[in-house]
Design a protein around this ligand. Structure first.
Ligand code: TRP
Length: 321
């Protein structure tokens, strides 16, 4: 433990970054090459991601912000003051600020894999909310769903905004929610913001912003491999592709090779043929019925759902039963 200020207790669960090499080698060795999306988030990746959130085509942040602002008091009444608010993948800790005044939690536990980013976000949050005890936890929440020691008692409520749950496949969501149920215990809360199925042209535009930030974000994964694993990816030979797969109900992100060539990573060679791609991320889109069924099967029951007029996005409040 490392005390940054009176109100911040930083916990480093040391997410195993040496796994990066194993994951990349394993992922590139598969018939369908793939790399897990959690590796997007090095320093540059986390910064590019924040820039994606400001692109006009990427509607999610604005719609979600409006919903959180409009219903903050109602959400606050449902959650009760004094709860412990836990946010896996907290990033810049931007969204939670829309709720803090109405919720008045007894503690906030931001969790993120990006260590320095987590520290900085927690520090600036602490300056804005000096009354709030913060317990940042550096961990990989896809691997370890654990809480720091010493957090106050109070109803545990997990906050997952930004459609982050959509980046898991449905089976993983079930597994993840079961893990959340374990840490909240019966009666705990779950506040989730999740993108909905809609006109594919709207979805395709959102993940292909005109400024090219999504492309830069996707390609940064290759830069990271080059820097950290001694790779020699030529970024001019790969292209960002994102499109809505209607059958699977998800946006798929790919890095497509524009020609036949070999790439070397950590002393191993990988052959790419023209048009072959690395599958880097999915973003599943749920109708409310689909998500509620999934949540029910993981032990949560719906208490309330809020949606915008255009049915672009929904926020769900569920209780661990
Ligand atoms: N989870 C959000 C989504 O799926 C944000 C996100 C994750 C994202 N990776 C992304 C947005 C890549 C654009 C590109 O929409």
């Amino acid at each position: 433990m490392n005390l940054l200020s009176q109100k911040i207790s930083f916990y480093d669960f040391k997410p195993e970054l040496e796994n990066f090499r194993d994951a990349v080698i394993k992922g590139l060795s598969r018939g369908q090459k793939q790399i897990p999306p959690k590796f997007f988030y090095d320093e540059t990746g986390s910064q590019l991601f924040e820039a994606i959130l400001e692109q006009p085509e990427y509607y999610i942040p604005n719609v979600e912000r409006d919903l959180l602002q409009t219903y903050a008091d109602e959400i606050g009444r449902l959650i009760e003051p004094g709860s412990v608010l836990i946010e896996p993948g907290s990033g810049s800790c931007e969204k939670v600020q829309l709720l803090l005044e109405s919720l008045h939690p007894s503690a906030y536990v931001p969790m993120d894999i990006s260590r320095e980013f987590l520290k900085q976000s927690a520090c600036s949050l602490s300056q804005k909310y000096p009354w709030l005890p913060i317990y940042p936890a550096c961990l990989d929440f896809t691997q370890q769903m654990i809480l720091p020691h010493g957090i106050p008692h109070g109803r545990r409520v997990v906050f997952i905004p930004g459609s982050s749950l959509g980046n898991f496949d449905p089976l993983e969501v079930q597994h993840f929610l079961t893990g959340i149920h374990r840490i909240t215990g019966k009666g705990g809360g779950l506040l989730v913001g999740l993108d909905r199925k809609k006109d594919p042209s709207v979805l395709n535009a959102a993940y292909n912003d005109a400024a090219g930030i999504s492309a830069e974000f996707n390609l940064n994964l290759l830069t990271r491999i080059n820097n950290e694993l001694g790779g020699n990816f030529d970024l001019d030979r790969f292209e960002h592709r994102a499109y809505y797969n209607d059958q699977r109900g998800r946006i798929e992100m790919h890095l497509v090779s524009s020609e036949d060539h070999d790439v070397r990573v950590s002393d191993q060679d990988f052959r790419f043929i023209k048009g072959e791609y690395i599958h880097t991320e999915n973003s599943y889109k749920y109708s409310p019925d689909e998500f509620i069924t999934l949540a029910n099967s993981s032990g949560f029951r719906l208490l309330k759902i809020w949606s915008d007029d255009k049915h672009l996005f929904s926020i769900y409040f569920l209780e661990a039963s």
